[in-house]
Design a binder for this molecule. Structure first.
Ligand SMILES: N[C@@H](CCC(=O)N[C@@H](CS(=O)(=O)O)C(=O)NCC(=O)O)C(=O)O
Length: 215
């Protein structure tokens, strides 16, 4: 029985898993939810009530995107999404830390805005956006330092590109007004190259309609 992946249409974290499953040709059933609504099934599988959640055929749920990707890499090592060289492997995970950290800051900003007129904390939002800017600068620097600006490590797609591509795709769809493409043209070119891959073009994020009051 194929795996089930609990996902959400905008989720950059879930997109990393969707891209990786596609790149490894692992069949799965996509269960799309709004994790913020009371109808979500995430609490059934994840004590932290978050998606993505991967439910393998043994029914033991796997959650937290970076761990899901470690789990998939361990169970389905070919084609590898991590380089052989140990320092390159560690660098790929560091890129994922920064990419996920940008997503975390953006999600905090999104919900700060949901607090309503006059209730948003400006210093809190400014702090989060500083993390976004710093993270994007790190990604741009790593693209400059890469072999040819197509992949962050070597000549093929790795976890680093899956994580970086997912957060850049999230920015493009959920923060269209942000000037990252003009500020970092090399990052835009890098992202466009990744986004042309089937595993990326078939998993592009889209907004969701949150019914419940969250903050
Ligand atoms: N660190 C987690 C973050 C996952 C996360 O925040 N998921 C959101 C949905 S989304 O932001 O990815 O679209 C969620 O389920 N939030 C529900 C909640 O936090 O209660 C991971 O990498 O898996």
């Amino acid at each position: 029985m194929p795996y089930t992946l609990i996902s959400a249409t905008p989720s950059p974290y879930a997109r990393k898993v969707r891209i990786t499953l596609a790149e490894k040709n692992i069949p799965f059933t996509l269960q799309t939810e709004v994790p913020w609504d009371s109808t979500t099934e995430t609490p059934k599988y994840n004590p932290l009530e978050k998606l993505p959640v991967l439910i393998p055929d043994n029914g033991k749920p796997v959650y937290e995107s970076h761990y899901i990707l470690e789990w998939i890499e361990a169970k389905h090592p070919d084609p590898p999404m991590l380089p052989r060289d140990v320092d390159d492997r560690l660098f790929a995970k560091q890129v994922e830390v920064v990419a996920d950290g940008i997503c975390d800051a953006l999600v905090l900003c999104f919900f700060e805005k949901q607090r309503g007129e006059g209730k948003e904390s400006e210093p809190w939002t400014a702090r989060q956006m500083r993390k976004v800017e710093g993270g994007l600068q790190a990604l741009a620097t790593w693209v400059d330092q890469s072999k040819d600006g197509k992949f962050l490590i070597g000549d093929s797609l790795t976890l680093a590109d899956v994580a970086a591509g997912s957060v850049l795709g999230y920015m493009a769809v959920r923060w269209p007004g942000h000037p990252w493409m003009s500020k970092h043209p090399q990052l835009k070119k890098y992202w466009e190259g990744l986004d042309a891959r089937k595993s990326f073009s078939e998993t592009r994020p889209s907004p969701q309609n949150i019914k419940d009051q969250i903050v």
